[in-house]
Design a protein. Structure first.
Length: 181
C-alpha cells in the first residue's frame, strides 16, 4: 500500500481544479479533463494543491486513494504540459502519413491502413517513419499508440514492425541452415 495518497498534489500556474457532485474537473492551458470521483473520497483544494482523502482505513480504501491521487496527478500533468508517445516504423517500404485526424499507414500489407484518431489526440509524422502522438489524456494517448502498434507488431527475426521509440526487441536466431550432403 502506498503512502503517497496523503501527499498533496501541487498545482502548476494556470491549472484550476474543481470538485463538484462526485466528479473532478481539471482545466489548464492545454485543455480540460474530468473524471468521476470514487465514492466516499474527499478532495480538498486550496492554493497549495489538492489532497485526496479516504473514507476509512481499510485496505481497499487505502489502495483506491492512491489510484485516485494518481489519476488526478495525470490529469494535472496532462492539462499543463501534455503527454506524447513516439512510434517508429521499421521495415522496407513501411511508412506513415498524417492527414488531419487520420494516419495513413503502409505496413507491408496489400492495402494501406487508415487509422482515424479519436478527438483529443494529434499525430505528427517525421520523415515517414516516426509518428509522434500527443494529447492531454494519458490513457487515451497510450491506447492510441497501442492500437497502432497492434496493426503490425514487431516480429523477433528481422525486427520489422511498429515499435515504441524506447522499446527493446529481443531478436531470435533464424534457421541455421541445412548442410548439404
Amino acid at each position: 500500500m502506498s503512502r503517497l495518497g496523503k501527499v498533496p498534489l501541487k498545482l502548476p500556474s494556470g491549472v484550476k481544479v474543481n470538485v463538484a457532485s462526485g466528479s473532478v474537473h481539471v482545466e489548464g492551458p492545454k485543455g480540460k479533463l474530468a473524471i468521476a470521483a470514487a465514492p466516499g473520497h474527499e478532495f480538498k483544494v486550496d492554493d497549495k494543491g489538492v489532497v485526496v482523502g479516504r473514507p476509512d482505513d481499510t485496505r481497499e480504501s487505502r489502495a483506491r486513494q492512491g489510484l485516485v491521487r494518481t489519476l488526478v496527478r495525470n490529469m494535472i500533468t496532462g492539462v499543463s504540459s501534455g503527454y506524447a508517445k513516439v512510434l517508429e516504423l521499421q521495415g522496407v517500404g513501411y511508412r506513415a502519413d498524417a492527414r488531419g485526424s487520420e494516419v495513413h499507414l503502409t505496413l507491408g500489407f496489400s492495402h494501406p491502413i487508415v487509422y482515424t484518431l479519436p478527438e483529443g489526440v494529434t499525430a505528427k509524422v517525421e520523415n515517414q517513419t516516426v509518428i509522434t502522438l500527443a494529447g492531454v489524456d494519458r490513457r487515451l494517448v497510450g491506447q492510441v499508440a497501442a492500437d497502432i502498434r497492434t496493426l503490425r507488431p514487431v516480429e523477433p527475426y528481422k525486427g520489422k514492425g511498429v515499435r515504441y521509440r524506447d522499446e527493446q526487441v529481443r531478436r531470435k536466431a533464424g534457421k541455421a541452415g541445412a548442410k548439404g550432403g
